[in-house]
Design a protein around this ligand. Structure first.
Ligand code: SF4
Ligand code: SF4
Length: 361
């Protein structure tokens, strides 16, 4: 038995902004391929960590003046540097007590089911496909291997890599709720955070309750309106996803994830100032049909988009060049208004104009 407050104190000292602890049973409704309770037989508890995203990394996108701080700092910086350091610190403290710390950093596209559509056999991300196409003779698509993954103890475990749903796990740890946009919302930071987890065979003296406070999602529809790809269904009558932890039911909009994959990186004709108007107008070989609303989203269409537009990226930052930020900025703007959970946190609002920018072309 470990003291939860002791571990939380270590987590906060190490750099986590929030820490929540839950018994592993809370994830038991997850499909086996996404159930962290199957990581190993003795797992008893989940320790969840929240790392806030400084609002200022969205400022450049909000103004349309600077785009790479968000993917580099708020994706890469947190996922690759800050969160792993905290996982090491807290993991060591747990192991010093004689229990194991199975650290689990944030990553995607490694599961034995696709994190895009849940289909069996992970798919390559477009960047990886391009990399493989271009370096076919001397590069191995490491994610491709998970398509052929097999259970090491059939009937007892599931094929590697077991990848669970981070946001549901964060809810299980009492850290917040899932908003209509599928983002994790916390009372402290709204949609501005990333998460990481640690699993352990330790039991804790106390566990966090699931968040039951005032609803954080205002069901305002701002994320729906400001998505450049119309990827988020309308709140009224739109298709939903639901999941439950015991009696607690979560629901969110059934986002067109493949379409989002194209739009959050490339943003589209009106929201990507790096791609010249002529490129959108020419739409060579129909490569931009998806972005122009002339084709449904599919892996094939997305490959066409990425191949056509990758040369317009000002730089790679190790992570997708997120140019959109539409739903996250819309959400912050709404949650900063009176009645929202972020109201009063900043002296000035994120959005200082009446509307987000849109390039006139
Ligand atoms: S990240 Fe961008 S493209 Fe994806 S759902 Fe949000 S607003 Fe839409
Ligand atoms: S923008 Fe509004 S509807 Fe969308 S997640 Fe945020 S609060 Fe919920």
């Amino acid at each position: 038995m470990i003291s939860a407050s002791h571990i939380k104190e270590i987590a906060k000292k190490a750099g986590a902004d929030m820490c929540g602890i839950a018994p592993i049973e809370r994830m038991k409704n997850a499909p086996p391929e996404m159930n962290p309770g199957l990581l190993w037989p003795n797992v008893k508890s989940i320790v969840g960590f929240v790392f806030r995203i400084p609002r200022g990394v969205q400022r450049g996108i909000e103004e349309g003046t600077q785009f790479y701080q968000y993917p580099s700092m708020a994706y890469g910086g947190i996922n690759e540097i800050l969160a792993p350091a905290v996982l090491y610190h807290v993991g060591k403290a747990i192991e010093d007590e004689g229990y194991e710390a199975f650290v689990y950093r944030n990553t995607g596209a490694r599961g034995c089911v696709s994190d895009m559509d849940g289909s069996v056999g992970a798919t390559l991300s477009p960047e990886e496909q391009i990399e493989v196409n271009e370096n076919a003779k001397n590069s191995t698509a490491h994610h491709r291997s998970v398509e052929f993954t097999r259970a090491t103890r059939p009937g007892e475990n599931v094929p590697p890599d077991l990848q669970f749903q981070f946001r549901i796990c964060a809810v299980a740890c009492g850290l917040g709720e899932i908003g209509w946009s599928k983002m994790l919302l916390t009372p402290q930071y709204g949609p501005l955070q990333r998460v990481a987890f640690l699993f352990t065979d330790a039991e804790f003296d106390e566990y966090d309750e699931i968040y039951h406070g005032k609803p954080l999602c205002r069901k305002c529809g701002a994320c729906v309106r400001e998505c450049p790809g119309h990827c988020i269904p309308p709140i009224k009558g739109g298709k939903k996803c639901t999941a439950s932890i015991g009696d607690y039911v979560m629901e969110w909009g059934d986002i067109d994830m493949w379409k989002c994959y194209a739009f959050y990186t490339h943003a589209g004709r009106y929201f990507n100032p790096f791609v010249p108007k002529e490129v959108w107008d020419e739409n060579k070989d129909g490569a931009l049909d998806l972005m122009e609303g002339k084709a449904e989203a599919s892996e094939h269409e997305i490959m066409k988009v990425y191949t056509a537009l990758q040369k317009y990226f000002p730089t790679w930052v190790g992570y997708n060049m997120a140019k959109c930020g539409g739903c996250i900025r819309a959400c912050v703007s709404m949650l900063e208004k009176p009645g929202g959970c972020m109201h009063g946190r900043f002296k000035n609002p994120l959005r200082t104009r009446t509307k987000a920018w849109k390039v006139d072309r």
